[in-house]
Ligand binder design. Sequence first.
Ligand code: FAD
Ligand code: MLT
Ligand code: ZN
Length: 483
Amino acid sequence: MVGIGERRGRTASADSDGLVDRIGQVVGSKGLILDPRDMEPYLTDWRRLYVGRARAVVRPASTPETAAVVALAAAARVAIVPQGGNTGMVGASVPDDSGRQIVIALGRMNRIRKLDPLNNTLTAEAGCILQQIQEAARAEGRLFPLSLGAEGRCQIGGNLSTNAGGHGVLRYGNARDLVLGIEAVLPDGRIWDGLRALRKDNTGYDLKQLFIGAEGTLGIITAAVLKLFALPEEVVSAFVGFERLEDAMVLLARLRAALGETVTAFELIPRIGLELARRHLANVADPLAGPHAHYLLIEVAGSGRDRDTREAVEAALSEALQAGLLSDAVLAASTAQAKAFWRVRETLSEAQALEGPTIKHDVAVPISEAPAFIRRATTAVEAALPGVRTVAFGHLGDGNIHFNLTHPAGDDPKVFLARQTELNRIVHDITADMDGSISAEHGLGQLKREEIARYKAPLELELMRRIKATLDPLNIMNPGKVL
Ligand code: FAD
Ligand code: MLT
Ligand code: ZN
């Protein structure tokens, strides 16, 4: 029999133990990438911080194929890096530079297996793009509320493995809260069918939660049962300019008092973020006439049954304007205008990256403490590096601030990057002092693997290590990430 490696022109010595050939026999030529140029997109992370090498990129088409590949790799003691859309921020989805690991990319497993409108559930394979799931739910008059800037590329398996947040968390929770069941391939190649679609199930430990947020270190998620919600009948988007961070928290409380749980997004955009987005990207417009220190993108999703949502938002914002909490506000008059508001928000990361290298901090603090955190951290980093440009933005409504830094204008970005560890320490120490988390939604990956040891209790780290050793005693599942 001619092995896949040989067909692709690989030498026998590159596959001396025959593992790649055996994998090729499971997944076929469509499921195996060996050419270095074709492998390249799977080996570099989105931020281009990590460039790895791999023995092969494997793209299984089904759960049994995934299980068979994992069993073969486990038998050969070869490490596996699961990969979804490769949009993660902490270098968790790419292999190391040994060239010995294999990447298992889930993109071909992209079927929606079932949508049950009466149970309000959707069962999707791990490789489904998030947007595909949102659209499938919408086609049945339902909402899948997970939403983030990378939704056109990230996959649900990646979203669950990072316990993604995004901008609906204040209303719907994190990815973890949106799952009823999962199917996973364990590090020894066995398939765990936990695809239950139940709202109640108290039959012992909630095992699915172990795999959610595990960043591929405990197994490969191959499918999930997701919760669906009522599709809002009316969505109102507002772009608000304001000057004092503390006022935003008063505004949020007022909006919640007036509109209850219908407030679904409350996103902070600083003036510098808007300016960078306008400088570097097309079709980004300032929705307001004059400049303001900060902006909020607020979304309210109403049922349309009780009271006109638009009227209620207008009333709440004009009261806030009179109270001096905000300086200006505009409501989107059309879906296109709402999209234009979101373009400002969703391009912040990219715009900052186009300005130069970014030192990112993905911080969570109690919601009420967010303004104090931004103030303290800004003062501290400016004292350490005069002129540093702070772009503090993000999910203010749930207390998650992306406290991202750009080099002082005119300075050499390399000199700035050399200060990364020091600046991280300053920001993370303030976060810890405010009982916050140094990774709100992006995970630990490789980037924060060492850093977490300073902030997480030794007992918690020990329990994590024990869970890892129990489920993955050979340490073949995404080694070097998280722990
Ligand atoms: P990948 O990057 O491919 O992988 C991430 C981790 O999950 C890795 O550890 C990988 O090994 C593991 N993994 C992937 N698939 C599986 C699987 N099937 N089984 C087991 N492990 C798996 N994140 C947020 O939380 N909120 C945001 O608002 C947000 N905004 C973003 C905006 C932009 C422009 C970009 C580029 C990224 C943003 N992110 C955000 C980060 C990123 O999109 C999320 O972390 C996303 O959930 C990653 O999904 P992915 O499919 O790309 O996973
Ligand atoms: C976002 O919310 O846009 C990303 O999670 C933030 C980031 O890029 O740091
Ligand atoms: Zn975010």
